[in-house]
Every structure is written in structure tokens, then in C-alpha cells.
Design a protein around this ligand. Structure first.
Ligand code: CUA
Length: 326
């Protein structure tokens, strides 16, 4: 597997120029229109500059424009250029407003997802009635293909910005003020999103994935996420659970079905089902997970998670336990 194929496997498509839904397509169309018009204006301006530089100059005495008055001709040219610029800018403004308006049209029967930004990760919640059916995960938003998704955005600390460029535009997450946007994925795939507002030390390592899948796979995923964590089935994973529950892990993380219930850090009930760790920083593989648990600062400087100086046997058991949390 090449590096790019490997990256595509876990880090997803990330380009506003590769739209995968109606919103991103509208933004892409707007962008195409803006850049084509801007390119034509650029070519005209450069051509005019060349013409002015290299045209044959009449001797001043023979220049009829001087006889009739240079100022009138100059005024016409400058006035025409200003008028054309104003018209082009107004057309841009109108196209921008029209695109923005279509992005905010409320869709019928959307799926509701709540995303809460934290320094530097995303909590993702699927509200349900009764609330015991609610699903909470982190840094990964599963959505069904072809269905509009309304994302309610909140922040627990500073201003972040939610941006999956292949699916829709940016929206800020502001502490104390709820915002929302909606998008729709038209084809199955893994789309990468990134925090697009500088929010502190680890801002660059605050990514997320939108995983669009056929409606029945999405329903199966949601049903599996509702379950409590798997009970350790052998002595190694039992030992791993003990390490987890007797160490500092419980002070920040939740694993449903165990006494661990803190919401400071990402919920780990189904950690092994996720593609990445540390908000899209690394693929979720045993070696990366081990490095992350032992010294997270080395991987993501500034992260709130402390280092964990575990005995090798305890680390091995903890890894086996975390890997069993599918
Ligand atoms: Cu969160 Cu930048």
C-alpha cells in the first residue's frame, strides 16, 4: 500500500475542489465563477498594460487628443473601467448572496447531530428519545448517504471552526452561542474535516472525519454504538480494564458499562471502532495507541492528556482492553 493510499484509507478526502454534496457543489460553482471572471479581468488588465507600454506614441504636436483635450478621453476610459469594476463586484456580491441563501435553506427530515468543540477534539452526539439511546463518540461523524444532516455546533472553551471542505463551508463554534449548519453527502466515502479557526497550541491537530455510508450500514453503526462496552472476555483484557479503572484514565474518559464516567476527554466506549486517535492525528493502530498513551505530548504538543508511565505488562494489557472496545 502506498503512502497516499494509506492516507486515503484513514484520513479521508479533504478538498473544496472535490465536492461530494449539494452545499460543497454550490460553493465550488461560486468559486469557479469567481475565478473565471477574475482570470478574464486579469488578462484584460495585463493586455491593457502591455498596449499602453508598447503602443506607438505620436509626437506630442501631432496628437489630436491633445488638441481636443486629453482630459475628456482619459475621463471616459477611467470612468468606463470604474463602472465595469463596480458592475463585476455587484455581480459577485449577488452570486455570493444567492449561494449563501441556498446553503441555509432548511432541509426536510434531517438527521440531527450535535458537535461540541473542545481544545483540541470534537465530541459528537446523536440525540435520541428516550435519552438512554443517545450515542456519544468523538472526532468521527457517521452519516447516511443522501440524507440531509443538521449539525448543531457548540464550544466548551474558545472559538473553533467546523470545516469539512468536501461537504460544506465553515461555521464557527462560539462559547455560549449555539450555531448550526446542514450538509448532505451524495456518495459514500470518508471526508476529512479540520478546525479552521486558530484555537490554541494543538489547533493544527484538531481534525475529524465524516464517514458517509449507505443508510442500512449507518443504522447498524448507530445501533452498535448504543451498546455498552464489551465485557472483558479473557484474563489479559480483564487486567487491562483494571489498569484503566485504577489509573488516571477514569478521571477524564467514559466507558459505558464501567464506573468510568468522566466527560473531560473523548468517550472510549467503542474506541476500537474509530479510524483515528487524537482527533485525526494518527490512524487507530496498536503502536500509535501505545505511543499516545505513554507520551501524548510528543505526538500532539499542548494536548490536555498527561503522560502515563506504565509497566510494559500493564501497557500491553491496557492496549488489549482498548482494542477490544469495538
Ligand atoms: Cu479548534 Cu482550531
Amino acid at each position: 500500500m502506498t503512502l497516499t493510499a494509506l492516507q486515503r484509507d484513514w484520513s479521508g478526502v479533504h478538498s473544496a475542489l472535490a465536492p461530494a454534496g449539494p452545499q460543497a457543489e454550490r460553493i465550488d460553482t461560486l468559486w469557479q465563477f469567481l475565478w473565471i471572471v477574475a482570470a478574464v479581468v486579469f488578462v484584460l488588465v495585463v493586455a491593457a498594460a502591455f498596449w499602453a507600454t508598447f503602443r506607438r506614441h505620436e509626437p506630442i504636436a501631432n496628437d489630436p487628443s491633445l488638441v481636443r483635450g486629453t482630459s475628456r478621453r482619459t475621463y471616459v476610459i477611467i470612468g468606463g473601467a470604474v463602472g465595469a469594476s463596480v458592475i463585476v463586484l455587484f455581480v459577485f456580491l449577488a452570486a455570493d448572496l444567492a449561494a449563501g441563501r441556498r446553503l441555509t435553506d432548511p432541509p426536510p427530515s434531517p438527521l440531527l447531530v450535535e458537535v461540541t468543540a473542545n481544545q483540541w477534539w470534537w465530541e459528537v452526539t446523536y440525540p435520541a428519545e428516550p435519552p438512554s439511546l443517545q450515542v456519544t463518540t468523538a472526532n468521527e461523524i457517521h452519516v447516511p448517504v443522501g440524507r440531509p444532516v443538521v449539525v448543531v455546533l457548540r464550544s466548551n472553551d474558545v472559538i473553533h471552526s467546523f470545516w469539512p471542505p468536501s461537504l460544506t463551508g465553515k461555521r464557527d463554534l462560539i462559547p455560549g452561542q449555539e450555531t448550526s449548519l446542514w450538509f448532505q453527502a451524495d456518495s459514500a466515502g470518508v471526508y476529512r474535516g479540520q478546525c479552521a479557526e486558530f484555537c490554541g497550541h494543538a489547533h493544527a491537530k484538531m481534525a475529524f472525519l465524516v464517514i458517509a455510508e449507505p443508510p442500512d450500514s449507518f443504522a447498524a453503526w448507530l445501533a452498535a454504538q448504543r451498546d455498552s462496552a464489551r465485557t472483558p472476555a479473557d484474563s489479559l483484557t480483564r487486567r487491562g480494564q483494571e489498569v484503566f479503572l485504577s489509573g488516571t484514565c477514569v478521571m477524564c474518559h467514559t466507558i459505558r458499562g464501567t464506573p468510568a464516567g468522566s466527560r473531560m476527554g473523548p468517550e472510549l466506549t467503542h474506541l476500537a471502532s474509530r479510524r483515528t486517535i487524537a482527533a485525526g492525528t494518527l490512524p487507530n493502530r496498536r503502536g500509535h495507541l501505545a505511543g499516545w498513551i505513554v507520551d501524548p505530548q510528543r505526538i500532539k504538543p499542548g494536548v490536555r492528556m498527561p503522560p502515563n508511565d506504565l509497566e510494559p505488562a500493564d501497557l500491553d494489557a491496557l492496549l488489549a482492553y482498548l482494542e477490544s472496545l469495538e
